[in-house]
Write a protein that binds this ligand. Structure first.
Ligand SMILES: [Zn+2]
Length: 264
């Protein structure tokens, strides 16, 4: 059985353990209501190559070829999956995507027969972008962190530099671990190519991107790293909003304090 073959692969099992942990974090944080959020990992470099071609799968032609993903293997959460379910069994709540040798189509194995996330086209475009950057990033995580979304409902914060300065000024770790700050993507309908393209533009200079009035997408070397980056920036948003709720505006770190907080 194809799915047993995948399930028994030690490298895939290790990656799935990280998916399960991260999905649990998202659920416990309250960032994954109903089936909110999705994630993908490029497994190509993580598994021994060549990876055997799928035999029990269905094939789908891509509306737009992804030549940089030729012969690549991706994992993506399945459509309709709750993160609390992904946390229990990422195999059952995910799909494996194997691209052909030109990246023009792919075969999909779904261990539980579920379809891939409706955001698959977005993930493919972003995964291809990550490949083009050659930075070793393999993972894409989209989730709904409450406080960052709240800030995106207020026009003055919809300014990339202004918002990044606020968030990086709330605690030294923000500047240390997410030095590029946050990119902003004006509201776009979820699941559209327009949203994917705007996200890719913002990812040129950022690893974390805020989708106005919707959520956050982060990229990194693994899904836990993506989670950590979002977690730090959302903590900054929480500090900022807590100060506002207490009736004052947080000072933020001074220029000197920021300068003394170099990334590790
Ligand atoms: Zn969403």
């Amino acid at each position: 059985m194809e799915t047993n073959h995948l399930r028994l692969n030690e490298q895939i099992a290790t990656a799935m353990e990280m998916v399960a942990n991260t999905a649990g974090f998202l659920w416990n944080k309250g960032w994954a209501e109903r089936n909110g959020g999705n994630l993908s990992i490029n497994l190509t470099m993580l598994v021994s190559q060549p990876f055997p071609p799928f035999t029990t799968s269905y094939e789908t032609e891509l509306s737009e070829a992804a030549p940089l993903l030729a012969n690549n293997l991706l994992y993506i959460t399945a459509t309709g999956s709750r993160m609390r379910e992904v946390a229990r069994d990422p195999f059952a709540r995910g799909c494996f995507i194997q691209f052909n040798d030109t990246g023009s189509n792919c075969t999909i194995v779904a261990p539980s027969g579920l379809l891939p996330s409706s955001e698959l086209p977005t993930h493919i475009l972003i995964q291809q972008f990550l490949k083009s950057q050659g930075n070793g990033y393999t993972s894409v995580l989209h989730t709904h962190p409450t406080e960052l979304i709240a800030l995106s409902h207020c026009r003055p914060f919809l300014n990339q530099k202004y918002l990044s300065d606020i968030l990086l000024g709330m605690m030294p770790e923000a500047r240390m671990f997410v030095p590029k700050g946050i990119g902003l993507v004006p509201y776009q309908k979820p699941g559209t190519v327009l949203l994917a393209r705007a996200t890719i533009s913002a990812l040129v200079n950022h690893d974390v991107v805020l989708w106005e009035k919707h959520g956050v997408l982060a990229v990194g070397t693994n899904v836990e790293e993506c989670f950590d980056s979002i977690d730090i920036l959302n903590k900054s948003a929480q500090i900022f909003l807590s100060a506002r709720q207490a009736g004052y505006v947080a000072d933020g770190l001074t220029g000197n304090q920021l300068n003394n907080t170099a990334p590790p």
